[in-house]
Each structure stands twice: as structure tokens, then as C-alpha cells.
Ligand binder design. Structure first.
Ligand SMILES: Nc1ncnc2c1ncn2[C@@H]1O[C@H](COP(=O)(O)OP(=O)(O)OP(=O)(O)O)[C@@H](O)[C@H]1O
Length: 268
């Protein structure tokens, strides 16, 4: 498949993003002058030690937090406008489904708020979408009737339903066991490869980042900043066979070394 033909992502451009939090009355710089560009249809993973500011950066891009300095634009639009136009879908670490709504109704929810922004856009067919996530038989079930992995798939489907050009995912598989996690990441890879959007994906897993990404951004801590960026030049479409390629192993070694370096520097 020529993935470029189906690309309809938007550019995400963060410039000079700086964020401070007050800790015991003292401002602590959590992000320092961070520049990040995600090209339309690009899958970018962000990896880095705990507390280096990955979620803070994602939350600023999502409009859940304001930066103290710098700017974020989504296809040239400021974040509040991009939100109004439903340009971004967010997948949190935990599924956060409404327990009183069925699977189908949870996924429909984003289409039922701010309906003006739905005008003229391609709302994905919920039943088809859930079927493509392996949940075709579970449309009428309630979250309590699903496993953790199934609930997280519902949360991902919910972010895709209004077909946003940008997807922001904050460790979406971190709460899952390893086997379920493997299935979920391959499912996401498949879905994304046939439906390419711009993705910012936070993870602590080096293999997951390499499998999924066009680029892996390594952040360093205190203050949070971008330490290095690795282009993942593995052919697409990819599947689990990439784990066996010598090139994959080289990327893994390089990124793990980078992680060790930034962790060591933080201790010095
Ligand atoms: N609302 C807040 N008030 C004060 N400090 C905060 C707040 N939110 C985050 N922090 C601090 O900012 C730093 C970065 O947090 P953040 O959650 O962005 O890191 P992270 O890289 O996503 O970490 P992890 O990998 O553990 O999820 C941490 O030191 C955290 O304690």
C-alpha cells in the first residue's frame, strides 16, 4: 500500500515551549525551550526518563495546559481554534470510559459534543471502526463487561471516530499486560498504516517506539528538553517481523544508549 496516498494528518509545531510549575513556592522549570515538529501523517514517539516532561508537553499541545513561553500551532492554527475544529483526538493512559454508556455510545460521545464542528467532516462509521478494532461483537456491552485491553481499544476508537488529523497518545498501553500490549500495538500499527494521521505517542518502551514510529524523540530531564531524535528508516508497512531485523536491533541499541546517557547526566 502507498501510505502517502491516504495521509490526511496535520502539522503540529511546538516552538520554544517552556513550562514552570510552582513547587513549595519555588518555580521549577519542567520544559525548557522545547521545539517539536510533527509533519502531516508522521508518527512520532517521545521517550525519556520518568518526570522529564513528556506528558506536560503533550498536555500543552492538547490544550489542557498553557505554556509559560513559546507557542503551539496545529496546521497553523492556535490550539483553542484547533480544539474547536476537533483537530485533535486524545488517548489517555487509562481508558476513562463512561460506565453507564455502552461501548458504541462511548465511542459516539465525541461526535455528540460541539456538533457544529462535525459539519463537512468525515465521521467514521462507529460500527465499522469498532469492528476494525476487533470489538464488532461488543457494541452493546458496557465497560465493566470488557477486559482492560478491550477498554483501551474502545478509548483509541473514540479518539479516531471524528477522524482528527492529529492523535495524541499518552502511554496508551502502559496499564496492559505484555501479551495484550503486543496485540494492541500491532493493531494500532495496522490501523494507522491504512489511515495515516499525525501522531504524538508517549511510551517507555523502546521496541514499541521503534516499531511504530517514523521518528523517536528522546527527552532529557531537569529541565525537560529534547536530547536527540532518531529517524526510524524501516520500510512500511511494518509488522512484527521488524523485531527480527538487524536494523531494528541497531536502533534499539542506539536509543537505549541515549536513554542511559540522559539518565546518567541527570544524576551527575
Ligand atoms: N500540576 C503540576 N504541578 C506541579 N508539578 C507538576 C505538575 N504536573 C507535572 N509536574 C511535574 O513536572 C515534571 C514532569 O511531569 P510529567 O508528568 O510531564 O513527566 P513525564 O515525563 O510524563 O513522566 P512519566 O514518564 O513518569 O509519566 C515532574 O517532575 C512532575 O512532578
Amino acid at each position: 500500500m502507498n501510505a502517502a496516498l491516504t495521509t490526511t494528518g496535520a502539522e503540529v509545531l511546538a516552538r520554544g515551549v517552556t513550562k514552570r510549575f510552582g513547587v513549595r513556592g519555588q518555580p521549577v522549570t519542567v520544559l525548557d525551550d522545547v521545539d517539536l515538529r510533527i509533519a502531516p501523517g508522521e508518527f512520532v514517539s517521545v521517550i525519556g526518563p520518568s518526570g522529564c516532561g513528556k506528558s506536560t508537553l503533550l498536555r500543552i499541545i492538547a490544550g489542557l495546559l498553557d505554556a509559560d513561553e513559546g507557542s503551539v500551532a496545529i496546521n497553523g492554527e492556535a490550539v483553542p481554534q484547533a480544539i474547536r475544529h476537533k483537530a485533535m483526538g486524545l488517548v489517555p493512559q487509562t481508558p476513562a470510559l463512561l460506565p453507564w454508556r455502552s461501548v458504541r455510545d462511548n465511542v459516539l460521545l465525541p461526535t455528540q459534543v460541539n456538533t457544529a464542528a462535525n459539519a463537512g467532516r468525515n465521521l467514521l462509521d462507529v460500527d465499522e471502526l469498532l469492528t476494525s478494532f476487533g470489538l464488532g461483537k461488543d457494541l452493546r456491552k458496557y465497560p465493566r463487561q470488557l477486559s482492560g485491553g478491550m477498554q483501551q481499544r474502545v478509548a483509541i476508537a473514540r479518539a479516531f471516530v471524528f477522524d482528527p488529523p492529529v492523535l495524541l497518545m499518552d502511554e496508551p498501553f502502559s496499564a496492559l499486560d505484555e501479551i495484550t500490549r503486543d496485540q494492541q500495538r500491532l493493531g494500532l500499527l495496522d490501523f494507522w498504516q491504512s489511515n495515516r494521521r499525525s501522531v504524538m505517542f508517549i511510551t517507555h518502551s523502546v521496541p514499541e517506539a521503534i516499531l511504530l514510529s517514523d521518528r523517536v524523540v528522546l527527552m532529557a530531564a531537569r529541565p525537560g528538553r529534547i536530547a536527540e531524535i532518531t529517524e526510524i528508516d524501516l520500510p512500511r508497512p511494518r509488522d512484527e517481523s521488524v523485531f527480527l531485523s538487524p536494523q531494528f536491533r541497531e536502533y534499539e541499541i542506539r536509543i537505549r544508549e541515549g536513554l542511559r546517557r540522559v539518565m546518567k547526566n541527570a544524576q551527575d
